[in-house]
Design a protein around this ligand. Structure first.
Ligand code: PMT
Length: 402
């Protein structure tokens, strides 16, 4: 823990980690002890809390702690801690332990929005990400002093989930893969306050980004959702179809795998009115125009070897043979957009598609495979999508008979 008001939430993180079976060695900076007592951690954790490099019963605590750890979690990670760690400065037990470990490191930043967005902090975070440091949060919400904005410590359960995912034996089967994932629903402004949107929460796309990262891929997530970015994933936030188009077009050529799970608007107002349309001026006429079809563009321009995964959101409603109809729609989109895989979901079925924690999909591939994945949480669906994309890639690189 480093010294921020969010340090009180680290008590809950510590308790949950111990409950999950971890051996937790608490390390607090001096500033952290101003917000929360070391006795609290000594009572809850697996060994007494430590706050200093000096005066301990052991001469070099940082090497024992750093070398012995399977994972180092810093929650909260303040701007100072992040800066010292990025610069390789070890001025206290916590920073010395961070430099003495080869274990994965998970930072849960917490600070005011202005600090989080300061160019120095932005650069330090980029440096640490490049070195493979994992991040969870920060979230948007209420900050110290009643301010609102980005910088709030991720929820204790999210920190523990991220830690658990990092400790789980990884299949590492996407190590070295450069992946791009899109998520969320775009918003197309009518005027300064109104927009045309859709019901996508971003849960499915974020779960795919998280799955890819946990299996070793280098992941860029272009998201229109406000969900926090998954640990170890680079996040670019966008709002409109045009912004998503620009971000995806910039990044796609470098990527081995592109997964378009975002619900991109098909139409947007031709003109965005500056200011707010006044009710007194009568019912406005909003003329729509088509947005660029990002997936179709990628299908037409991609480099050989890239795997392109699209989604298809269909609302089949009641009727016979839903799986056949879903497959026909999916195969139509596969051809029209020149994708390698289409992940089709019937968003009119219970628990399926927009905003639910669960989904059910039919994955169709350009080489004729159909993989139905029954109702499961979006993490399990993400794993099935990644498995199907990797299997397609290996079939393509070594076709039968070679
Ligand atoms: O976000 P959640 O709440 O978790 O919900 C998940 C989901 C329902 C959004 C997801 O499972 C899903 O179905 N995503 C695709 C939604 C969609 O826009 O489907 P579509 O059939 O309209 O589009 C087909 C494909 O073309 C999609 O890959 C889409 O990203 C892409 N597209 C669409 C329009 C456009 N202008 N550009 C595109 O690239």
């Amino acid at each position: 823990m480093s010294g921020g008001i969010a340090a009180y939430k680290a008590v809950e993180v510590c308790r949950r980690l111990v409950d999950a079976g971890a051996h937790v060695s608490p390390v607090l900076t001096r500033a952290a002890t101003r917000f929360v007592g070391e006795l609290t951690f000594s009572a809850l954790a697996s060994e007494p809390a430590r706050t200093s490099l000096w005066g301990n019963d052991e001469p070099i605590p940082h090497t024992r702690l750093g070398q012995g750890a399977d994972l180092v979690v810093v929650a909260p990670a303040t701007a100072r801690l992040i800066g010292a760690y990025a610069a390789g400065i070890s001025s206290d037990l916590l920073t010395a332990t961070l430099l003495a470990t080869r274990a994965p490191v998970l930072l849960a930043p917490a600070m005011h929005t202005e600090m989080w967005e300061h160019p120095a902090v932005v650069d330090n975070i980029a440096t640490l990400r490049r070195r493979g440091v994992h991040l969870v949060g920060p979230d948007a919400g209420r900050l110290a002093g009643g301010d609102l904005g980005y910088g709030r410590l991720a929820a204790p359960e999210a920190i523990v989930d991220a830690a658990t995912a990092l400790l789980a034996p990884s299949r590492n089967d996407t190590r070295g893969l450069q992946a791009l994932v899109t998520a969320g629903g775009t918003r197309e402004p009518i005027d300064a306050v109104r927009y045309i949107g859709n019901r996508s929460s971003g849960k499915q796309g974020h779960a795919i980004a998280s799955e890819l990262a946990s299996r070793g891929a280098d992941v860029l997530l272009v998201t229109a959702s406000e969900l926090p970015g998954p640990p170890g994933v680079e996040v670019e936030r966008v709002e409109t179809a045009a912004e998503m188009h620009a971000a995806v077009t910039r990044a796609a050529a470098e990527r081995d795998l592109v997964v378009m799970s975002a619900a991109v608007a098909d139409f947007r107002p031709k003109v965005t009115v500056a200011g707010k349309l006044k009710k007194a001026d009568g019912v406005p006429e909003v003329i729509l125009e088509q947005t660029p079809d990002i997936l179709a563009e990628l299908g037409a321009t991609r480099r050989p070897g890239q795997i392109l995964v699209g989604f298809a959101a269909e609302a089949l409603g009641p009727g016979a043979q839903p799986e056949e109809r879903l497959r026909e729609f999916a195969e139509g989109k596969l051809r029209a957009k020149r994708a390698d895989l289409i992940v089709a979901n019937d968003v009119s079925a219970p628990g399926v598609g927009f905003a639910h924690d669960t989904n059910a999909v039919l994955i169709v591939t350009a080489d004729g495979y159909h993989v139905p994945v029954p109702l499961a949480d979006k993490g399990a669906i993400a794993a099935a999508v990644v498995d199907a994309a990797l299997a397609y890639g290996s079939r393509r690189s070594s076709p039968p008979g070679r």
